[in-house]
Design a protein around this ligand. Structure first.
Ligand code: UDP
Ligand code: MG
Length: 335
């Protein structure tokens, strides 16, 4: 007899062969200790190392509570989580990184907050164990996001979060191509809350986010949830025009009446530097418009967000606990 799990854990995995064994030995005991029916869904995001093989082994060890989705290419952490959301069955869904930076022992705290009636529980990394420039950049981005979107959260980068079934369904039904799950889910939450969670250093392997990927991710966050950047450019354009007119009036008045001021205006008036500044702003604005247009283009093409090579899960129809694992081959995702 199959029990529908109360809690689903969704773990995106990309080239994590070095951390997976340690994750398995800590995650499963932590979940067993919760004393409720659970399932763990690993989404292998096109790893090129042995991650897929390790996940397959783990599935064979614990087929009752493990499911594995294998992508055929790398589609990114947030797309991997969406694939997990589309398949998980729990009433409460927790997302977790595979590198043990989010201690699995903290899951109980998130679930306790959900029992208090919250439908969205965000984590705030206490003593974040990352490099100083990552912490600094995160703080700046958190502040920017706080200003230009309606999303209120303290630590947007923390992926240790719990979501209710309703929110997970809404996220899975969203047709967005490149998105930022904690923010998207927040827009569907009615009683969000946040709690402090521990954060540890990556136990092995390296971060899968290069500087470039981090910038791309932050564009997903900003352009996905706000039009303010576009509006800022109209504002900036208007301000520059107003300033230019004021400057023109000043210069003309000066020439007419205050010739002795010779040089005063020139001190602040270097046409070349100002021109370079303006050209820089214009190019940035153009690029920004391109970010939005590119996203619209991706969206209207409406390709599948990811393709799946295989799903490893127990044959529910057979309904026999010890049945040999079966791989469901799916040509491509229908969503
Ligand atoms: N990840 C993924 N696809 C990617 C990049 C990362 O599934 O393209 C996973 C990765 O395996 C890990 C999680 O997302 O489980 C967070 O990645 P990482 O620890 O490298 O990011 P950081 O902690 O440095 O922000
Ligand atoms: Mg990490």
């Amino acid at each position: 007899m199959t029990i529908t799990p109360a809690v689903s854990i969704v773990v995106p995995v990309y080239n994590e062969e070095a951390t997976l064994p340690a994750l398995f030995t800590r995650l499963y005991p932590a979940l067993d200790a919760l004393g409720c029916a659970y399932e763990v869904i690993f989404v292998n995001d096109g790893s090129r190392d042995r991650s897929a093989a390790l996940l397959r082994e783990q599935f064979q060890r614990r087929p009752d509570v493990t499911r594995v989705v294998l992508f055929n290419a790398n589609y990114g952490q947030h797309t991997a989580i969406i694939a997990g959301f589309e398949r998980c069955r729990g009433d409460q869904v927790v997302t977790l990184d595979a590198d043990l930076q989010n201690p699995p022992e903290e899951i109980g705290k998130l679930l306790a907050a959900m029992r208090d009636g919250h439908d969205y529980v965000g984590g705030i990394r206490r003593m974040r164990a990352d490099s100083w420039w990552r912490r600094w950049a995160s703080r700046a981005m958190n502040r920017l996001r706080e200003r230009i979107t309606r999303i209120r959260m303290t630590d947007q980068g923390c992926m240790l979060r719990a979501y209710s079934r309703d929110i997970v369904d809404a996220v899975a039904a969203s047709r967005e191509v490149s998105t930022f799950i904690p923010a998207l889910a927040y827009t569907f939450a009615s009683r969000p809350t946040e709690i402090e969670v521990e954060h540890e250093e990556r136990i092995a392997g390296v971060s899968k986010y290069s500087f470039y990927k981090l910038i791309r991710l932050n564009f997903d966050l900003v352009t996905g949830f706000s039009l303010v950047p576009l509006q800022m450019f109209s504002m900036f354009g208007m301000a520059v025009s107003a300033l230019a007119i004021a400057m023109y009036v000043i210069v003309i008045l000066y020439r007419l009446f205050f010739a002795p001021w010779e040089g005063m205006v020139n001190v602040f008036w270097d046409r070349d530097i100002l021109a370079f500044f303006l050209i820089g702003m214009v190019l940035f604005g153009l690029g920004l418009v391109g970010e939005y247009v590119g996203r619209i283009y991706q969206q209207v093409r409406d390709r599948p967000r990811y393709t799946i090579r295989a799903v490893l899960e127990r044959d529910e129809a057979a309904d026999v606990p010890a049945v040999a694992p079966r791989a469901t081959e799916i040509a491509r995702s229908d969503s």
